[in-house]
Design a protein around this ligand. Structure first.
Ligand code: NI
Length: 172
């Protein structure tokens, strides 16, 4: 396994739509392993392939709080098949928007179908933090970031700040 570089907003790749996978092979599993290692090192609880510059519909998630008992979830071609009317609000952050957080309202529960690490089709019903995390990551696969749910003004302020951070890093 090796760590990959995380893409930071406003990199245009974050706005692109990721492509559906046709097969699950060792090369793909290697990418998933790298994504997981990158996510743990960041640290974060979810990461989409586009965030390491790969436009494939792949997500890794681990919301377990206990660092000793890792519980990774690999989602290949995830598709949300139902969402609850009931909503919940979580303060969200994103590895591609370092230092920025906002309260986002989303459907409290969702059901997904996906292909797992071994290439098997599965379904999963999620609530709580896992539901929010899945929806946040599936948004990434469609070029959507959590700041898109904020007002235009708030969004542009965050992007401006991130652009400046990038410039400062280049000077150093
Ligand atoms: Ni994110």
């Amino acid at each position: 396994m090796s760590q990959r570089k995380i893409v930071i907003e406003p990199d245009p790749i974050l706005r692109k739509k990721s492509k559906t996978l046709e097969t699950v092979d060792d090369e793909l599993r290697k990418l998933l392993d790298d994504m997981l290692e990158t996510m743990y090192a960041a640290p974060g609880i979810g990461l989409a392939a586009v965030q390491v510059g790969v436009l494939k519909r792949l997500i890794v998630i681990d919301i377990s709080k206990d660092k000793e008992k890792k519980n990774p979830l690999f989602l290949i071609n995830p598709e949300i098949i139902s969402r609850s009317k009931k909503t919940s609000i979580y303060e969200e952050g994103c590895l591609s928007l370092p230092g920025h957080y906002a309260e986002i309202e989303r459907p409290a529960e969702c059901q997904i179908k996906f292909v797992d690490y071994n290439g098997k089709e599965k379904e999963l019903k999620a609530d709580g933090l896992l539901s929010t995390c899945i929806q946040h990551e599936v948004d990434h696969l469609n070029g959507v970031l959590f700041i898109d749910y904020l007002s235009k003004l708030k969004r542009s302020m965050i992007i401006k700040k991130l652009s400046k951070q990038k410039t400062n890093t280049a000077i150093l």
